[in-house]
Design a protein around this ligand. Sequence first.
Ligand code: AMP
Length: 285
Amino acid sequence: MEILRTVAELRQWSRTLRIDARNDGRNLIGLVPTMGALHAGHASLIRAAKASVGFVAVSIFVNPTQFGPNEDYSRYPRSFEADCALAQAEGADVVFAPTVEELYPAGAATFVEVEGLGNRLDGASRPGHFRGVATVVAKLLIATEADRAFFGQKDAAQVALLRRMVADLRLPAEIVVCPIVREPDGLALSSRNLYLSPAERNQALTLSRAIRQVEALLASGERHSSALIASARQTFATEPAIRIDYIALVDWTTLEPVEDATPGSLFAVAAWVGSTRLIDNTILG
Ligand code: AMP
């Protein structure tokens, strides 16, 4: 597995493979964008990519533009060597690990703004976050010329935003969504789980408990937004140490609230456990 540092190297890697492999049917290129601190959730994306395309690039880049001024950019966990070992073990062909200056050259003034969607859910709580996400993913898709890009359902609002962006910019990439990978007790894997103290780790289970409870209600036929949201609020009420950011039932394409859950509805929660913001969700199949 190679480690590439510049956009030029990444583009050359991708273009050379395409020419060499043009006729063997396995010439599709996949991209798995990450911020590193890789865990089994990221591993599942790399495996899905490897099963679906011939060549896989995993990007590891803590993207400064998607963090607010008082967020955790500087203390975000970084574990590059272990990340490379995991990426290689899962079959990645290259790791792309650029510097900030490489992706944002001096004087960079071009950003991708997805209007509407960019200000909903996490975009409402974290102003500018989705602008940073859309910008960096656009840069990565353009650099790799990827045919498919793999994302986790854990960041379901991000997926909606990126689908809109890819359609609007007519990028030739398909967005593939992979299921949420959880700890045995239900907690959705997240690089930010590393911030949790043992007590907070326990409190954090409230998110997945709320989601499971909503899934049970949905399975029983309940569809009303108010009932589903009330149920999640009740679950959160059992853990006063947690501060709810949002609980919402939305259309997964537009991220606009809906009155009744239908196939394609996204039920999502975000909450603060101490100083750590965590998210979880379920999608009505
Ligand atoms: P991050 O490194 O947090 O930016 O995440 C990179 C990618 O991994 C995103 O597409 C996430 O949705 C995905 N991801 C993070 N956690 C999980 C998880 N528990 N299960 C599946 N995918 C995940």
